[in-house]
Design a protein around this ligand. Structure first.
Ligand code: DAH
Length: 339
């Protein structure tokens, strides 16, 4: 009888099944009332008393092994069954839910695109910068208010290391490594120590442009700015340049475009003036060329800088600047059509 148990144990360990019916047949063969294990139980009655203990242990062992193996087979068969049931190769696929581009990315791409058609190439620089590239090399006096704690984020323990407060720092980086002709467009994030509100944020995005070559004039700047404004806001758009001041340009100007809502008649968007300010620009100050290793006797150039949020607001009338960084999908999905 011990021989028989041993043989059944070997059988049980090698059991295989392909379908639930196979598994059920095995269960009946080994574990049902008339199965092999029950038969052994009957034989067990006639085993001499002194051998009952050993037989008992062996039969139990066989029963446990059979139960375990059959359960294993049951689970394996069930797993393959589910895959096979669910797999319908003729079904149309679920549509993949596509994300949308961020409105600031849409506007940035559009602006970069316009300038790349004019031969400008992309340049980028670090957000964590040094004072030289953000201020000193761009002709900011040591006591210029923009360096003030009010405006600049300092990286702790390093008074010289700051978060850039404008993308003009990339101008300096390009000039120090490249000789003219230079024609670059530099998008990026900038930081200013401002209280966050609907109208101001401690980080935002700018796009800087720089053109340096022989005989570059203010006339070139004006013409390129007009073309840019018309590409971005439509062919009827007009521009106006107002004298201004920036440490790194001389002369400097602020540029307005005719109101994108009323076309210049005056409305609440342009506060009745018919004009909307969109960027700062000017001829690169010779002192800046000199500081950055470019000979001002040979070369001249122009530069301009604009805020991406500002332009996105004009295009999409976003009322609260904070919407741009809150990642609310309901807001982001509104720009699906513009992607
Ligand atoms: N950096 C200026 C700012 O953050 C913007 C600017 C003005 C950039 C005039 C220029 C420029 O390149 O010529 O307000």
């Amino acid at each position: 009888m011990l021989e028989k148990i041993k043989q059944l144990l070997n059988e049980v360990n090698a059991l295989q099944a392909a379908t639930p019916e196979d598994v059920e047949a095995l269960r009946i063969k080994y574990l049902s009332k008339k199965g092999e294990v029950s038969k052994l139980m009957e034989d067990f009655r006639s085993v001499p008393a002194e051998m009952k203990k050993e037989f008992g242990i062996r039969i139990n062992e066989l029963k446990n092994c059979a139960t375990e193996r059959i359960n294993e087979l049951k689970a394996a068969v069930a797993a393959t069954e589910t895959v096979a049931d669910d797999l319908d190769l003729t079904r149309t696929p679920y549509p993949i839910a596509l994300g949308t581009r961020h409105p600031l990315t849409i506007v940035k791409n559009e602006i970069v695109d316009i300038f790349s058609r004019l031969g400008f190439t992309l340049a980028e620089g670090p957000e964590v910068e040094d004072d030289w590239h953000v201020y000193s090399s761009l002709n900011f006096a040591d006591d210029h208010p923009a360096r003030d704690m009010q405006d600049t984020f300092f990286v702790e323990a390093h008074p010289d290391i700051i978060l850039r407060s404008h993308t003009s720092s990339v101008q300096a980086r390009v000039m120090e490594t490249t000789q003219p002709p230079i024609r670059v467009i530099c998008p990026g994030r900038v930081y200013r120590n401002e209280a966050v509100s609907a109208r101001a944020h401690c980080f935002f995005h700018q796009i800087e442009g720089l053109y340096i070559d022989k005989n570059v004039s203010f006339q070139d700047l004006k013409q390129v700015m007009l073309l840019f404004a018309q590409e971005l806001f439509g062919p009827d758009t007009q521009i106006r340049l107002r004298p201004s001041f920036f440490p790194f340009t001389e002369p400097s100007a602020e540029m307005d475009v005719s109101c994108t809502i009323c076309g210049g008649k005056g409305c609440s968007m342009c506060k009745g003036s018919g004009w909307l300010e969109i960027l700062g620009c000017g001829m690169v100050d010779p002192a800046v060329l000199e500081s950055n290793g470019i000979d001002p006797n040979v070369y001249t150039g122009y530069a301009f800088g604009m805020g991406v949020e500002r332009i996105a607001n004009l295009k999409y009338q976003v009322k609260d600047l904070r919407m741009f960084s809150e990642n609310d999908v309901r807001f982001l999905e509104e720009f699906k059509a513009a992607n």
